[in-house]
Structures are given as C-alpha cells and as structure tokens.
Ligand binder design. Structure first.
Ligand SMILES: Nc1ncnc2c1ncn2[C@@H]1O[C@H](COP(=O)(O)OP(=O)(O)OP(=O)(O)O)[C@@H](O)[C@H]1O
Ligand SMILES: [Mg+2]
Length: 323
C-alpha cells in the first residue's frame, strides 16, 4: 500500500476512534442525566416530606429560646439551639440544592473567592471534629481567584471532597488543597503536563480525556486549577469515571448514598468547569477541578472580600499553610 494511502487510512482510523470515544461519553452523560432526572423527582417528594417536620423543629427551637434567660447558665443551651438552627438551615439548603440541581436551573451566578470558600469549609469540618486527626495543608494563590457560580455550591463541592477524603483515610492522614491560576494553553500542551504534578510535585497527571476535550472546547483564557489530594487508598483507574455516577458507592449500606460526587460533577457543570480523579504518588486520590476564572467583583463587594480575608489571618496566602 502506498505511504500516503496508509497514512490516510491511519487518520481515518484515529478519527473513528475519537468518534467512538465521543459517543461513549455522550451515552454515559445521557445515563447520568436520566439518573439525575429521577433524583429530581425523588428530591421533590423528599423536600415536601422534610419541609413540615423541619418547620416544626425550628418552631420548637424558637419556643425553647423564648423560655431561656440571657444569663451565664443559659449560655450553653443557647449555643446548642443556635447549632440546631444552623444544621436545620443546612438540611433545608441541601434539599433546595438537590431540587435546583435536578431542575437544571442554576441560580444567578456571582464571583466567588475560591480560597475563602476552602478556608470556611475546613473551619466547618474542624468545628464538627472531622479533621481532628487530619493534617490539612492549604497551598493558595498570591491574588484571590474568582469563579462564577453560587457560593453554597462551591462549599458543597469542597465539603463533599473533604468528607470523602476523611472517610477514605478512616479519619487519619493528610489532605492537601492546592489552588493555582493557569493559562489554558499551558494546560493543553502535553509538554507542560508537569503542571498536573500531585501532592509532592513529582507525579505527572495529564487531564483525563474528558477534561482534555473540555480544555480544547473552552474559550476561557485563564483557568483556576484546584487539586484536593489525600493520603488514603486512592481510586482505581477502573472506577475513575464511575465514582461520579449518582448512587455509585463502595461504602456499606447506610454509610454512603453515592450522591456526593454526582453532586460535585453537577456543580462543576454549573460552573462550566471539569473534574477528574487521579492517583497521588502515596496512593491517595487526587481530585482535579478546572474552572474558568472571572473578574474580581468591583467596589463594595471587593471591600467585603478584602475584609473577610483580613479577618481570617490564620491561613496565609502564597505559602504552604498547615492548619
Ligand atoms: N478521596 C477518595 N478516596 C478513595 N475513594 C474515594 C474518594 N472519594 C470518593 N471515593 C469513592 O467514590 C465513591 C463515591 O463517592 P460519593 O461521594 O459519590 O459517594 P459516597 O461518599 O459513597 O456517599 P455520599 O457522598 O452520598 O455519602 C465512594 O464510595 C468511594 O468509593
Ligand atoms: Mg461522599
């Protein structure tokens, strides 16, 4: 066979392979979308059923608060009531989030400072005692990085990734959160895949095929690159895509619903980003998330962000902060 004909045949075969990949991916997405639609129906009835008892709980909390004096003896009960209220509000938000998510109607997006969210999620889990035996290393950026979406969604994303990491490590080990600003073109160049080095900076992790297609098709110039890595047992390559399916779980019945990463994937979609998982050198999982960067909010909003940053000096920027 002449060399040109062989080359053409080779090109056709390569195009065909890419098409097959694409069809497989579309099919997987369709299945995911159908599962999401049924979650939506389920969420609607659950939201209805949860709404009434939740309202009653809050009513009782208010009644109890009315019966307490504002003296020292009441300090602890008042704090407990406040915690009850906070957690009830969280349940309400989760149910509402599931509904929004299932309805595919993301609420109006706004610029969010990523590391601000990372820090408040770490604080939240620490308050709940989940990080007692976990060393959390935050590697943040010099300048704040803003992405567009709902703050609550981004919180949910990090909380899900952190809780999964803690579960995988049986509550003990290391979590590294790395945030970087990257130019899209550098992420697309195979030669610069070093950028995807994991926890210790020594392992190369090119984006998954799905993420590479996202990079090829996206017109954002600047990308926020987030890595959440842990020192647990990691995710095997065979499960790397399946873990994002709704109701996929390896946890015993009653322990996990398998919704966490499906919600993460959905949130990433709402932020017009992409997510994939690799294995860190230590064997732990490294979740990579890419989001298009948006401009910082102007005026009053920016002042609020700056204020928030000064108010939490414990996590210094641009250097490794073990918290
Ligand atoms: N950091 C991690 N290390 C190892 N395996 C992980 C990690 N994160 C997720 N997984 C795997 O992915 C599966 C799906 O995760 P997902 O968060 O969707 O559900 P879940 O944690 O099992 O349940 P839920 O989040 O609904 O409580 C997990 O059961 C686990 O097998
Ligand atoms: Mg989970």
């Amino acid at each position: 066979m002449p060399a040109t004909a062989s080359r053409e045949l080779h090109d056709v075969a390569a195009t065909f392979d890419r098409l097959i990949d694409r069809v497989r991916e579309d099919q997987a997405q369709l299945i995911r979308a159908e599962k999401l639609a049924s979650i939506g129906r389920l969420a609607a009835s659950v939201a209805h059923e949860i709404g009434n008892p939740l309202g009653a709980i809050l009513g009782h909390v208010h009644l109890l608060r009315g019966q307490l004096k504002t003296d020292e003896a009441s300090r602890e009960p008042l704090e407990l009531l406040a915690a009850l209220e906070r957690e009830s509000a969280r349940i309400e938000r989760i149910v509402r989030g599931l509904l929004d998510y299932a309805r595919a109607r993301p609420p109006a997006p706004a610029p969010i400072d990523i590391d601000d969210v990372v820090r408040s999620c770490v604080d939240l889990l620490r308050t709940q005692g989940l990080l007692a035996a976990v060393d959390v290393a935050l590697e943040l950026t010099d300048e704040p990085l803003f992405v567009s979406g709902q703050r609550h969604d981004l919180e949910q994303l990090f909380v899900n990734l952190f809780i999964n990491a803690v579960d995988a490590m049986n509550g003990q080990g290391q979590i590294v959160v790395r945030l970087e600003r990257a130019a899209r073109f550098t992420l697309r160049q195979p030669a610069v895949r070093r950028t995807f080095a994991d926890v210790d900076g020594a392992v190369e992790h090119p984006p998954s095929a799905r993420a590479q297609r996202w990079l090829a098709g996206h017109d954002a110039v600047e990308i926020a690159k987030i890595v959440v890595a842990d020192s647990g047992p990691g995710v095997s390559p065979e499960l790397a895509e399946r873990i994002f399916d709704p109701f996929f779980t390896t946890k015993p019945a009653g322990k996990g619903t398998g919704l966490g990463l499906a919600i993460v994937a959905r949130i990433v979609d709402n932020f017009h980003g992409t997510v994939w998982v690799t294995t860190a050198r230590e064997g732990g999982a490294a979740f990579h998330v890419l989001f298009p960067v948006v401009a910082a909010p102007s005026g009053a909003d920016r002042a609020r962000h700056q204020h928030g940053r000064r108010a939490t000096p414990s996590t210094s920027r641009a250097r490794k902060a073990h918290s």
